[in-house]
Design a protein around this ligand. Sequence first.
Ligand code: UT7
Length: 325
Amino acid sequence: MNQKTKLYQSVVTGVGASLPKTIVTNKDLTKRVDTSEEWIVERTGIQERRIASDDETTSSLGAEAAKFALKNAKLENTDIDMIILATATPDNTFPASATVIQSSLGIEKCYAYDMQAVCSGFVFALEAADNAIKTGKVKNALVIGSETFSRILDWNDRGTCVLFGDGAGAVVLSSYEGSDRGILSNHLHSDGRYGDLLYVDGGPSTTTNVGYLRMDGQGVFKHAVKNISSVIEEALDYNNLKVEDIDWFVPHQANIRILESVAKKVGLNEDKIIVTVQKHANTSAASIPLALFDAVQEGKIKKGDLVLLEAMGGGFSWGSTLIRW
Ligand code: UT7
């Protein structure tokens, strides 16, 4: 069935966020690793990030963000039929942290699972929820991005530990009939040939340890600009739109220089880009819903706006979601 001819639309009816209490500034990091405030700001745009305390986990942050989104959507927890948690840092190898969130929300009748596409996880999860809604299977879905990357950082590696932060964001997608609002398209890609440019050097089936994040920053940077630009153009072509038709771009927040390079490449007006990397750093799958939350709270994104989300991360995996808000 062609996406464009399906009966139900997946409309965003609520947005929520949750951040760890502790703020860690660049200055704080200079006491821990051989770095400088200037280097971090100039090379990445990051000024500070949140770091989870021992009692803050991927599921606890995700559950808080979900509660906020449900309140925002004016729904009861039990109205939810499906929970997808995008994360690369689950509480445990199993069960899925989505089921931990389900339990803490007191929802008995729904299905819940984790989606692993690292920084692109949120757009991958949106696609899955959108498909379930479009086929009439699900009425209300919670799509959450939650991460505690601080737990998989090598705090002796200055090339990576200054780049990431913890946090969670969530949206409620609700089934509408005959609406021109909702998700208009999803485009997802993966290319496993580049796995060794960004990975974690451990896992249950290899080392049996969790491992630490490893990255060839420059290699990832080049592919990020190319893949993000092409996935934006793919979404525009598919929907017969020009770049100026988009009201807001909500990108995965890895590095301000990536966003600027992409803007230049596709002719994007930088005033239309939602930027939160300065205060959240790279929160992987949580970065897009955290940015969405900010943009909605600040009154930027409004009903009827065309909003284009895009992400690129480990795998590589990358993708876009176009939404009529
Ligand atoms: O979310 C998933 C996707 N991830 C990304 O998109 C990340 C993509 N990559 C990047 O954002 C950038 O490549 C980084 C921010 C990771 C690095 O920036 P860069 O401009 O590519 O720096 P570089 O790796 O080429 O390093 C330049 C210099 C090196 O020193 P030398 O060899 O020139 O003497 C590094 O050792 O900067 C040094 N360096 C640092 N200096 C101070 C690396 N990290 C640091 C640091 N503080 N934290």
